[in-house]
Ligand binder design. Structure first.
Ligand code: THU
Length: 161
């Protein structure tokens, strides 16, 4: 019998610890949360991605009266970026959540379905995507999507031995 452990590194920052570009990513995610369409949950998620070129794309959660037809902010944003810049790697993402006009104190991580979509982009461009999760009290930084999706499913698994 054999076991192994998977360790995830999370770096905890306060907004003042971040450099200019990192602050810009957070600011763009916060701004995008203002335009969320979330009449059913009141949970306003904003997301920003930065490409290798320095270009930004932003998005937010888009809900629907048929609840499962809605989509998370991270997927809206990542697919928007990939749809418009299919040849440019995404290198960073920021996520910020507000409820009733107040940003949450602690970071909100992306759901499992979004992690799978983010992993596809990371693998597609073979570049790690840094993820910044905003909270007023603490900001978490994760170096790569792989860190938050251990034992992730990717295209290699579709190949038969
Ligand atoms: N939501 C996101 O936008 N991202 C996540 O990773 C988790 C949840 C949205 C979906 C729904 O509109 C609301 O937050 C409540 O679940």
């Amino acid at each position: 019998m054999k076991t192994f452990e998977i360790v995830t590194k999370v770096t905890v920052y306060h907004i003042n610890d971040l450099n200019h570009i990192e602050k810009k990513i957070i600011f763009a995610a916060k701004e995008a949360s203002e335009k969320a369409y979330s009449p059913y949950s009141g949970f306003n998620v904003g997301c920003a991605v930065m490409l290798e070129t320095g270009e930004f794309f932003t998005g937010n959660n888009q809900e629907n009266a048929a609840y499962p037809s809605g989509l998370c902010a991270e997927r809206v944003t990542m697919m928007y970026a990939n749809a418009n810049r299919p040849d440019v790697p995404v290198i960073a993402m920021g996520i910020a959540v507000q409820q009733n006009g107040v940003f949450l104190s602690y970071p909100t991580p992306p759901c499992g379905g979004c992690r799978q979509v983010l992993l596809e982009t990371e693998n597609r461009f073979k570049k790690p995507i840094k993820i910044y999760l905003f909270g007023e009290e603490e900001i978490y930084m994760i170096d790569s999507v792989k860190d938050i999706l251990p034992l992730g499913f990717d295209k290699e698994m579709l190949l038969n031995d």
